[in-house]
Design a protein around this ligand. Structure first.
Ligand code: RUB
Length: 290
């Protein structure tokens, strides 16, 4: 759905008095920010969409919110759960799940580890900050994550927490993962997830290549993610605005801007969720029961 269609759909929402107008404005702002990736990351998108839905809890508003980010099953799951769970219960889930994830991640990190991450994942960043607070001494390598530079957000948050942080341009990820030019090779990889599927995971573009290098190098790859990102359904991979890549590109230069990439389950050591740090098949068994 393009933004014009979102705005027109919002106009049709049947609201009349002043307080309803304010809610409508807030709703429109959140919907636009999700669409424009000003609100980024699966967890933040789902949380903000839930808040927007609480402002205007109608079928039409749900339809708008569901259309904003096709690669985010947590968004769909939360908007379905809101029919059977209260707003507060769902919010509590986000916090409880993060705390359980933190407990698992702290067990995985060993002293002096170099941990590689990519893009910005709230589940990953929060867990790393928790590990640091628990006295774990480790270093993080991360990528810039072009074209939107989410790596800068990750680096800023990690440094604020006093974590030793080194940023690499995206195309230097081989140097960070394999070690060369005086750079020590990363010991572990922590990636977030947008979607946890039966065959593997979807995360920021680059994650598929990172997982292949991880396999070659025998570097354990952990997916750190809330289990509410699971879906048995087929998920569409978002293609983003080409202007993000090159605003004034010469005519006829073809540009591709895929936002996400598939990571096959064979390349993943564990899914670290609130259900525990589990192999892929054990995670699927548990999540299907849950
Ligand atoms: C963000 C991204 C993150 C996941 C998980 O992509 O790929 O790794 O969404 O994030 P974008 P979280 O910035 O394009 O949305 O752990 O915050 O749910």
């Amino acid at each position: 759905m393009t933004f014009r269609i979102i705005v027109n759909s919002i106009k049709r929402l049947n609201l009349n008095n002043q307080s309803k107008m304010n809610k409508k404005k807030k709703f429109a702002k959140i919907a636009q920010d999700i669409k424009d990736i000003k609100i980024q990351g699966a967890r933040n998108v789902a949380k903000q969409a839930l808040y927007a839905y609480s402002l205007i809890p109608t079928k039409q508003s749900k339809k708008i919110l569901m259309s904003l980010r096709p690669t985010e099953p947590m968004l769909f799951n939360v908007l379905k759960k809101v029919e059977i769970q209260s707003y507060q219960e769902i919010l509590n889930h986000f916090e409880d799940a993060q705390q359980k994830i933190n407990q698992e991640v702290v067990k995985i990190i060993k002293s002096q580890d170099i941990i590689f991450t990519h893009c910005h994942s709230t589940n990953v960043v929060n867990a790393l900050i928790y590990a640091k607070k628990q006295g774990k001494n480790f270093e993080v390598y991360l990528t810039e994550t072009r074209p939107l530079f989410q790596g800068r957000k990750t680096a800023t948050e990690l440094r604020k927490a006093g974590i030793k942080t080194t940023m690499f341009v995206d195309s230097a990820l081989g140097i960070a993962l394999m070690g060369s030019q005086g750079v020590k090779k990363a010991d572990k990889i922590f990636l977030g997830a947008d979607a946890l599927l039966n065959a593997g995971v979807i995360n920021k573009v680059g994650s598929g290549l990172i997982s292949k290098v991880a396999k070659l190098e025998k570097t354990p790859l952990y997916i750190v993610a809330d289990s509410w990102k699971y879906t048995p359904d087929k998920i569409k991979l978002e293609q983003r605005n080409l202007k993000e890549v090159w605003d004034d590109a010469p005519a006829k230069v073809k540009i591709k801007n895929p936002a996400f990439e598939f990571v096959p389950r064979e390349n993943i050591k564990n899914i670290v969720s609130e259900l525990g740090a589990l192999t892929y098949s054990n995670f699927l068994k548990k999540v299907k029961k849950a």
